[in-house]
Design a protein around this ligand. Structure first.
Ligand SMILES: CC(C)(COP(=O)(O)OP(=O)(O)OC[C@H]1O[C@@H](n2cnc3c(N)ncnc32)[C@H](O)[C@@H]1OP(=O)(O)O)[C@@H](O)C(=O)NCCC(=O)NCCS
Length: 184
């Protein structure tokens, strides 16, 4: 099932704050990306929590990706990021991360952290691209599969070096968006 956005005439990817009408599709994406994980009820609670912020990526009226984080004082903890398998390697998650980081800077958040499975190389590559580094490991954190969690952190995202990295990643996206517009 796809959530059909009122903007369903647009072919370019758009990013929006997640709203209750996106929950069913995001929960389906969560299952596609992670197997059984968070339910619609979990997402409903997240949307009700003022510390949580979720975005969705929508293409042709379909939610194709999502990202969420919790703000805890000057830190943001990324809770989940997932992209529909048919839409991967098109910089959907890179766009979601750029959007999130811009908002974190506006909220004066300084450090971003997350946990990632030690064997999830594609996600680690994504986070490394954004300057995340491994700062710790939780042994068998994913108990069922007996996989360790790596704990990754950014440097202070308000520093000029981080801003330069973010500018570079955003300009990659702008190039892609220009190409998308020229074919649509
Ligand atoms: C990880 C995931 C979110 C990446 O989404 P995506 O939209 O395909 O990623 P993007 O196209 O934006 O790629 C951005 C960067 O991520 C890294 N990356 C993404 N997919 C990769 C892959 N299959 N192999 C290696 N690197 C990859 C690369 O550094 C890439 O930059 P590049 O294209 O310049 O090399 C997606 O594969 C997914 O949903 N996986 C299942 C859920 C999951 O593992 N979530 C993370 C939980 S911690």
């Amino acid at each position: 099932m796809w959530y059909v956005s009122p903007n369903n005439l647009m072919s370019a990817l758009i990013l929006e704050h997640m709203r209750p009408e996106h929950i069913a599709t995001v929960a389906e994406l969560e299952t596609l990306c992670f197997g059984v994980h968070w339910t619609p009820t979990n997402f409903r609670k997240e949307l009700d929590n003022p510390r949580c912020c979720y975005y969705v990526a929508i293409e042709d009226g379909r939610v194709v990706g999502y990202l969420g984080y919790w703000q805890i004082l000057e830190e943001a903890h990324i809770t989940s990021i997932g992209v529909h398998p048919d839409f991967r390697r098109r910089r959907v998650s890179q766009r979601l991360m750029c959007r999130m980081l811009e908002e974190c800077q506006a909220r004066e958040i300084k450090w971003i952290t997350l946990e990632v499975k030690a064997n999830n190389m594609q996600a680690q590559k994504l986070y490394e691209k954004f300057g995340f580094a491994v700062m710790g490991r939780r042994k068998n954190y994913y108990q069922k599969e007996q996989i360790d969690a790596l704990i990754m952190w950014t440097e202070d995202v308000s520093l000029p070096a981080f801003q330069a990295r973010l500018n570079q990643l955003q300009s990659e996206i702008q190039d892609i968006e220009r190409q998308e517009r020229s074919v649509s």
